[in-house]
Design a protein around this ligand. Structure first.
Ligand code: UT7
Length: 367
């Protein structure tokens, strides 16, 4: 049975920074309160024209470049997002087109802030069964588009960004070793975006009552998160056949520093074992774990052979964890760089659209 190795990684965040002081001009809050209660100093906000798909495609190209994998070699793209471009088509399909992954299946996965764990697990299991060889997993969010900047309960938390991993099959042991996924829909109301779906389609009422914004019972989410983080981490460790003492690094969902500290207490592990970068990006939901992983690699905290757990929680309610023995690229450097494919991907998409249009015009049918 092949192993599923993480062989490429990339992250992209918007340039625009929204600081706590900026927020204090929008709602009744202040830098000291936000830092003390959450650990967040600033977050990134997507500019006009930046979307979950554009950020995702950018992160994907970076991940492909690290892995040395061409877009045409990808078999499957899973985009985890709670801020898709549309209800459909899937944001994963827009990314597939943007990067020119012409041989890949593509779909979105929605498990909120736990989504990247779920998506990584799905991709890894597809590789483990031999059904595919190469997968691209993307976590991408532009939650600022759904954030009410008059609601101090939520607007202080969220930021935009994207992270992507390439997963590849290899006979060498390592990669994704153990995983757990959990859910409890009875807590769905604690964190939701109520309107825009089939239950509350867009209407004047939904618009005027702010139902297209994120709604959150912060205290309940906090309580739930502190309950499940340590437990899920230990479950993933057990499933991978490791002992808790062997665990070298934990990359938690970046929601609130106090939640991570509670998890550290629950696991009886020092904070030094945890990757924390929420001070600079806020809560980027499903993108927070891959972004933190990329920074952990860049700073040398995650190296070939490191035993790590990625653990997340979020709306649904959902939570999950994944034990990973870090690999790094598994194929030798190649002469063709995946990022060189960028202009070809654009051209390919343009030509396909043009051909479809011409065929419709001349023959009255679509390709
Ligand atoms: O990916 C999952 C996403 N969600 C989360 O992770 C959320 C988890 N929950 C939390 O992080 C916390 O619940 C918050 C940081 C959002 C809020 O902390 P809290 O301890 O639950 O605060 P609270 O809402 O109970 O408010 C405590 C006090 C209140 O004042 P009084 O009544 O004690 O005088 C609030 O009015 O803080 C006040 N307050 C604020 N003050 C300044 C609430 N929000 C703010 C604010 N700025 N933004």
């Amino acid at each position: 049975m092949p192993y599923a190795h993480i062989t490429g990684w990339g992250m992209t965040v918007p340039r625009k920074i929204l600081t706590n002081d900026d927020l204090s001009k929008m709602v009744e809050t202040n830098d000291a309160w936000i830092r003390e209660m959450t650990g967040i100093r600033e977050r990134r906000i997507a500019a006009e024209g930046e979307t979950s798909a554009t950020l995702g495609a950018d992160a994907a190209f970076k991940a492909l470049s690290v892995a040395g994998v061409l877009p045409t070699e990808v078999d499957l793209i899973i985009c985890s997002t709670s801020s898709p471009e549309h209800i459909f088509p899937a944001t994963a399909c827009l990314i597939q087109d943007a990067i020119g992954a012409s041989n890949a299946g593509a779909f979105d996965l929605l498990a909120a802030c736990s989504g990247f764990i779920y998506a990584l697990n799905m991709a890894a299991q597809s590789i483990r069964t031999g059904s595919i060889k190469t997968a691209l997993v993307i976590g991408s969010e532009t939650l600022s588009r759904f954030t009410n900047y008059k609601d101090r309960n939520t607007c202080i938390l969220f930021g935009d960004g994207s992270g992507a991993f390439v997963l590849q099959a290899s006979e060498k042991p390592g990669g994704v070793m153990g995983s757990v996924m959990h859910s409890d829909g009875s807590g769905g109301d604690f964190l939701s975006l109520p309107a825009g779906g089939s239950r509350h389609p867009a209407s004047e009422v939904t618009l005027h009552t702010g139902m297209h914004f994120i709604h959150m019972d912060g205290k309940e989410v906090f309580r739930f998160a502190t309950r499940v983080m340590a437990q899920a981490t230990l479950e993933a460790v057990e499933k991978s056949g490791w002992k808790a003492e062997e665990l070298e690094l934990i990359v938690p969902h970046q929601a609130n520093r106090r939640i991570i500290e509670a998890a550290a207490r629950g696991l009886k592990m020092p904070m030094e074992k945890f990757v924390v970068n929420l001070d600079r990006y806020g809560n980027t939901s499903t993108a927070s774990i891959p972004i933190a992983v990329v920074e952990a690699v860049q700073t040398g905290r995650l190296k070939s052979g490191t035993k790590a757990v990625f653990v997340g929680f979020g709306a649904g309610l959902t939570w999950g964890a994944l034990a990973v023995e870090w690999s790094g690229p598994i194929q030798p450097e190649r002469a063709i760089r995946p990022e060189w494919y960028r202009p070809f991907a654009r051209l390919r998409s343009f030509v396909r659209r043009l051909l479809r249009l011409l065929e419709g015009l001349f023959f009255g049918r679509e390709l």
